[in-house]
Design a binder for this molecule. Sequence first.
Ligand code: GLU
Length: 279
Amino acid sequence: MYRGRFAPSPTGPLHLGSLVAALGSFLDARSQKGEWRLRIDDIDPPRHDTASFRSIPLCLESHGLTWDGPIIFQSQRREAHEHALSTLRSGGHLFDCLCTRATLGELGACVSHCRDRKDIEGSVRFHVPNDAPDRINDLFLGEQRASARPSNFIVKRRDGLIAYQLATAIDDLDEGYTHVIRGADLLESSLRQMIIHQALGHLSPEYGHLPIVTDQSGNKLSKQTGAQAIDTDTPNTNLRRALAFLGQPTPPEDMDCIDDLLHHATANWRHDALNLRNL
Ligand code: GLU
């Protein structure tokens, strides 16, 4: 059974780019009669915007994007994350690293041989083996190859917080997603998460990457940089904009009810119509 998810970080209200990711993952799941879950990725408290814990679910509901089951909070999964860290450590996949931003090499990799040191307290990094996957068979884009593979990446921060790559890799496995549909800005992250899955001896979900919405200067819209919040009073217009961005057929003009609009979009959801020019 297909199970997908939308997993926003609570760092601000949803903007058009987040709506596109939510809608794309929703339609992919519903078009295959699958489940669609909502997980709030709240593992980085310094970046949280308290109001968004409420505004994100409300915004999805006002657009008819209703999820199955209770909202999942990533912060409540700490024990599972720590357990995965100790399994990875026993398997020899992790090392402690004392580097700071200034001493890290290209792609944020540790190049200071921290891996050879003993008894240091710093961040924890995953050592990427030479035979780790370097390509993804993307559902929408076909085979995608990483421009470069990092030799290591962070899984637990120096301040003790679990890093995004680890938390997401573990939760996506434990929550049983068969499909992870999200923005193409996360392609390299998908690869890192697949590398973690492989080290744990698990198969990864299928990945599909959607085009991302950019501002006039070509930068990805982002909650942190204050992208304009979705106006929850105009869900029909917003959904039509998001559908058009995804290259999907335009619903009939007189379709005022958002549930009808979503049914139409679900029935007409086409992978090959995705507007990949924006990648
Ligand atoms: N929580 C992250 C974000 O909002 C990533 C979501 C994901 O893994 O799909 O960008």
